[in-house]
Design a protein around this ligand. Structure first.
Ligand SMILES: Cc1ncc(COP(=O)(O)O)c(C=O)c1O
Length: 391
C-alpha cells in the first residue's frame, strides 16, 4: 500500500450498520437460554411476510439455502433445466447443480445487467421447469414479462431477490410477484443477520414443503419439540436439510428490519450523490434505473467509459485500493468460470452483453453509515483518475 493510502484509513466496500439495539437484542436471546430457531424467528417471519404482503415467509440460514429449498420444493430432478442469467453470483447456479438439473444461462439485455427477457423463450425446452430472474443490484427488471413467459409455458418463477429488500416493481413489493422469492441477509446486504435469508410465497403447499425441508424433512420444528407446545414424537417425511435461521440471527434481523426504510433512504441519498457528481465529469457511466421500480440500492455499479479513459478497469480498482478505497466487481459471469466451461461447455464469447458489462464494471462503496467525507474521497479519486487518464 502506498504512503497516501496509509495516511488515511481504509474505506471498506461495506460496513454493516449495527448499533446498541442489535447488541441488546442478541444479549436478550443469550440470556433467554433459547438460542436456536424459536419465537424470534417466528416473529421475524411474520413481520417480513406482512411487509411484502406475502401469505408465507420462511426464515432460513442463507439465500443460497432459500434458492435450494425452492428448487427442492418443486421436485427438480436430474435432467431438468432451469433458466437463469449468466450475470449472477455462484449461488443462483450451484443450487441447480445440487439437484442434478442443468443451469441454462441467458445473456444480459443490451444496456442492462438484467437477464434479457426476450431471449428466455428461445432457451425453453420440454425439460425446462423454472426461471430464476436475478434482481441485480436491488431492483427487478422486466419481471412482468418473465412471469408472463413462465405462465405460458407452465414454469415456476423463483426470484433471486438477494439484493432487493426493500424494493418494489410497478408498485408491488418484491416478494409476491413470482411463485417463490428468496432474500439474503448476508453481512453486506441491505439488512443483515450476519448470514441469513428469507423465502416468501403465496403458495401454502410450497411453503409447507420448504418449511419441512428446511428442518431435516421432519414433521415439526425442533423448537416445538423442546417446548411446552410440542411433543417428542416426530416423523422424517423427506430428505431434508439443516437450513433454519437461529433466534440469535433473527433477533438481529428484527432490529435491522425496523431500520429498513431509514437505511434505504440513506443509501438512496448516497446513490443520488454518486450519480450527480460522477455525471459532472466524463469517464464513468452511472446506473440508469427505470421509473417503474423502487430500488433497494444494494449495489452502486459504475462502468468505465473507454471512449474517454485510456486506463483499464483493473488498474482503476488497483488505484482506488492504493488510495485506500475498497471496491468489488459484480459479477464474473457464470459462463466464464471453469465449472461452467468444463462441465457444461460454456465458453468466452457466448454472452457478449454480460462480458462487456463485466469488463467495465466497478461496484463502489455504498452503505447506510457511509460518511459524506468518505464518499467525497471516492468521488475525488475517481475524478483524479479521469483527469490523469483522459484519452
Ligand atoms: C445474486 C445473489 N444471489 C444469491 C446470493 C446468496 O446469498 P447468501 O450469501 O445469503 O447465500 C448472493 C450473495 O451475494 C447474490 O449476490
Amino acid at each position: 500500500m502506498s504512503a497516501t493510502a496509509a495516511a488515511v484509513s481504509f474505506l471498506p466496500f461495506h460496513r454493516a450498520m449495527i448499533g446498541d439495539d442489535e447488541v441488546r437484542a442478541v444479549t436478550e436471546v443469550l440470556e433467554s437460554g433459547w438460542l436456536t430457531t424459536g419465537p424470534r424467528a417466528k416473529k421475524f417471519e411474520a413481520a417480513f411476510a406482512a411487509c411484502v404482503g406475502a401469505e408465507n415467509a420462511i426464515a432460513v440460514g442463507s439465500c443460497t439455502a432459500a434458492l435450494h429449498l425452492a428448487l427442492a420444493a418443486i421436485n427438480l430432478q436430474p435432467g431438468d433445466e432451469v433458466i437463469l442469467p449468466t450475470m449472477t453470483f455462484a449461488s443462483t447456479g450451484e443450487v441447480i447443480l445440487y439437484t442434478g438439473a442443468k443451469p441454462v444461462l441467458v445473456d444480459c439485455a443490451s444496456g442492462s445487467y438484467h437477464m434479457d427477457a426476450a431471449q428466455i423463450e428461445r432457451h425453453i425446452t420440454p425439460k425446462t421447469r423454472a426461471i430464476i430472474p436475478v434482481h441485480y443490484s436491488g431492483y427487478a427488471s422486466e419481471l412482468d414479462h418473465v412471469v408472463q413467459i413462465a405462465r405460458r409455458h407452465n414454469l415456476t418463477v423463483i426470484e433471486d431477490a438477494a439484493h432487493s429488500f426493500p424494493s418494489s416493481f410497478k408498485g408491488t413489493p418484491i416478494g409476491t410477484i413470482g411463485d417463490i422469492t428468496c432474500f439474503s441477509f448476508y453481512a453486506t446486504k441491505t439488512i443483515t443477520t450476519g448470514e441469513g435469508g428469507m423465502i416468501t410465497t403465496q403458495n401454502d403447499a410450497l411453503a409447507d414443503r420448504m418449511r419441512i425441508l428446511s428442518m431435516h424433512g421432519i414433521s415439526r420444528d425442533a423448537w416445538k419439540r423442546y417446548t411446552a407446545e410440542g411433543t417428542w414424537r416426530y416423523d422424517i417425511q423427506d430428505i431434508g436439510y439443516k437450513y433454519n435461521l437461529t433466534d440469535l440471527q433473527a433477533a438481529i434481523g428484527l432490529v435491522q428490519f425496523e431500520k429498513r426504510e431509514h437505511m434505504r433512504r440513506l443509501r438512496v441519498a448516497l446513490a443520488d450523490r454518486y450519480t450527480r457528481e460522477l455525471n459532472s465529469f466524463e469517464g464513468f457511466l452511472t446506473p440508469v434505473i427505470p421509473d417503474h421500480v423502487e430500488h433497494a440500492w444494494h449495489l452502486y455499479v459504475i462502468q468505465v467509459d473507454d471512449d474517454f479513459l485510456s486506463i483499464s478497469r483493473d488498474r482503476i480498482i488497483e488505484e482506488l485500493k492504493d488510495r485506500g478505497i475498497g471496491t468489488s466487481v459484480h459479477f464474473i459471469p457464470l459462463h466464464l468460470h471453469s465449472l461452467y466451461q468444463n462441465r457444461l461447455g460454456y465458453h468466452e464469447g457466448m454472452f457478449p452483453n454480460a462480458e462487456a458489462r463485466f469488463a467495465s464494471s466497478i461496484s463502489l462503496p455504498l452503505f447506510p453509515g457511509m460518511k459524506e467525507i468518505e464518499q467525497s474521497r471516492v468521488i475525488q479519486v475517481l475524478c483524479d483518475i479521469a483527469r490523469q487518464h483522459r484519452r
